[in-house]
Design a binder for this molecule. Structure first.
Ligand SMILES: Cc1ncc(COP(=O)(O)OP(=O)(O)O)c(N)n1
Ligand SMILES: Cc1nc(C(=O)O)sc1CCOP(=O)(O)O
Ligand SMILES: [Mg+2]
Length: 212
């Protein structure tokens, strides 16, 4: 089973990214997506190497946003690809079958296409407005999640769905009720002054009904 809480990294420098990722790991996150936009290859590689080392130390999953070749180069656990990024089958050909490939969806049709193309999980969003990402797709809201999750059930599709976009602690129970597998969050963790408490609360909610 994939972990249910994915932290998407933030920070405008290598140092800021590393600080934020280290804090998230140290306070209980076990899945990091390194999202470091508009950087030189040298900077991205340097950060990725350091994050890989950290994630190994904390036994956390480590995937990279957008950059399939970087994920291959540093042997990350996988990659997350958006609707305008590298195609899933091309990424699979590069990374092989053992790596995680996540894909962004905004509609039920996006999800069925991604499943056909062999992705491992879906990031479905945006749930609500967020300043973390520019050029957001149409906001889904709770109603959008209910509709799409219902269609997934009706078509007997099985793939982990992660809600994403402006999610706060207060949204998590209602999102879980729609049938999502987990959440991918950035701002609430980066900005939290009490990361340990927040991540514990998020994990308690996300794993409340999991029988081990
Ligand atoms: C888990 C997860 N879901 C969605 C996204 C968004 O990916 P994308 O649409 O490619 O946008 P950028 O993150 O690249 O700006 C994500 N990163 N992670
Ligand atoms: C990276 C990303 N992708 C989104 C999408 O809808 O595809 S929303 C988003 C931002 C997630 O960060 P936060 O938790 O700070 O809103
Ligand atoms: Mg992308």
């Amino acid at each position: 089973m994939y972990n249910k809480l994915q932290y998407i990294s933030q920070g405008n420098s290598i140092e800021a990214q590393l600080y934020n990722i280290h804090q998230a790991l140290d306070n209980g996150c076990d899945w990091v997506q390194m999202r470091f936009k508009n950087q030189t290859s040298k900077n991205s590689f340097a950060l990725a190497e350091a994050v890989k080392f950290l994630c190994e130390e904390y036994l956390a999953n480590f995937i990279i946003n957008d950059n399939v070749y970087l994920a291959q180069q540093i042997a990350a656990d996988g990659v997350h690809l958006g609707l305008s990024d590298t195609k899933i089958d091309d990424a699979r050909a590069i990374l092989g079958n053992t790596k995680i490939i996540g894909a962004t969806a905004n509609t039920f049709e996006d999800i069925t296409t991604h499943i056909k193309n062999g992705c491992d999980y879906i990031g479905l969003g945006p749930f609500q407005f967020t300043t973390t990402k520019e050029k957001l797709s149409p906001i889904l809201g709770l109603e959008g999640y209910h509709e799409i999750m219902q269609k997934i059930k009706n078509h007997n599709l099985e793939i982990p769905i992660y809600a994403i976009g402006g999610i706060t602690l207060e949204n998590v129970d209602q999102l879980i009720e729609t049938g999502i597998h987990g959440i991918a969050v950035s701002g609430i963790i980066t900005k939290s002054p009490e990361k340990g408490k927040l991540i514990t609360q998020l994990n308690e909610k996300l794993y409340a009904n999991v029988i081990i």
